[in-house]
Design a protein around this ligand. Structure first.
Ligand SMILES: NC(=O)c1ccc[n+]([C@@H]2O[C@H](COP(=O)([O-])OP(=O)(O)OC[C@H]3O[C@@H](n4cnc5c(N)ncnc54)[C@H](O)[C@@H]3O)[C@@H](O)[C@H]2O)c1
Length: 284
């Protein structure tokens, strides 16, 4: 099966990037948002990011125009998923919102349509169970910023069919991404490995082992990480890191994932990283 048209639900940080890469690689996109102003903001972001690619001579300006022209905006799930081969959901990480979206998609999509969620931490098997096609449900976990990051962690739910996996793997390669298969367990591989590292870096600060600058220096200069764990935590959002650690903690019932009290305190204080201007580092 060839994916000829996709619907992307949610045009936020991840959704606009996902729409961008599909459209730029010749697969037309229906971008579904809740309000015209959010859709306009998503399209403006895509245009700005394409302009940057033109300026860096990564694409020609005709490709920018063609990319923008192959994205159509919809404010209604029923209309937006009509006639597409793949639906990718990138709405907020909230089970209530995702449940209502997947119920609506399941009612409206054609029988052959594959369903993919970009969730970072919710069980793919659980989301698949909201629909009547668990065999055609899969996780496509893209990374931020989507046009730049190569990885797509492809998450197989308990009932995801091999055929669904193959189609999604091929499609990811068409986007010039590198698909990596993983099974559905809390945190998949990416967050299961990353979040305990970030949490341990926070513990090192909490226990007075080193300052945030020095923790990050050790990991950058000694381990060749391009960005230190605390700078990365600020970039991801400390609230998002805490939520994911709690998913790991609850999912495995294992104290090794216990969020550091300093992380909890910083989230309580509204110091969430880049998005609030302050986290382990200051962005004012
Ligand atoms: N931000 C990241 O770094 C990152 C990385 C990987 C995966 N994810 C996952 O991607 C998903 C989206 O995250 P995000 O950071 O892009 O969130 P975001 O808040 O930036 O964007 C979500 C968008 O969904 C829209 N939306 C909400 N309800 C909707 C509905 N019913 N129909 C259509 N659109 C709706 C919102 O208007 C918003 O524009 C989450 O599941 C998150 O866990 C995020």
């Amino acid at each position: 099966m060839e994916i000829k048209k996709v619907a992307v639900i949610g045009g936020g940080t991840m959704g606009n990037g996902i729409a961008h890469v599909f459209a730029m690689n010749g697969i037309p996109v229906n971008l579904i948002e809740t309000k015209q102003e959010f859709a306009d903001r998503a399209m403006a972001t895509i245009e700005k990011n394409l302009d940057r690619m033109v300026a860096k001579e990564k694409i020609v300006s005709e490709a920018k125009v063609a990319t923008l022209e192959s994205i159509s905006v919809f404010l209604n799930i029923k209309e937006g998923v009509k006639g597409v081969d793949l639906v990718i959901e990138a709405v907020p990480e909230n089970l209530k919102i995702k449940t209502s979206v997947w119920k609506a998609v399941d009612e409206a999509a054609a029988d052959h349509t594959i369903f993919a969620s970009n969730t970072s931490s919710i069980s793919i098997t659980k989301l698949a169970g909201l629909t009547n096609r668990a065999d055609k449900f899969i996780g496509m976990h893209f990374f931020n910023p989507v046009p730049v990051m190569k990885l797509v962690e492809i998450v197989k739910g308990l009932d995801t069919s091999e055929e669904t996996y193959q189609v999604v793997e091929e499609t990811s390669k068409l986007l010039a991404k590198v698909p990596v298969p993983v099974n559905d367990m809390p945190g998949f591989v990416s967050n299961r490995v990353l979040m305990p590292m970030i949490n341990e870096a926070v513990f090192a600060v909490y226990e007075g082992v080193a300052t945030p600058e020095h923790v990050d220096d050790v990991m950058k200069l000694g381990m060749a990480h391009p960005m230190g764990p605390l700078r990365l935590a600020d970039f991801i959002g400390l609230d998002v890191c805490l939520d994911i650690l709690n998913v790991l903690y609850e999912g495995f019932k294992d104290p090794k994932y216990r969020p550091c009290p300093l992380l909890v305190k910083m989230v309580d204080a509204g110091k969430l990283g880049n998005k609030t201007g302050e986290g382990f580092f200051s962005y004012h």
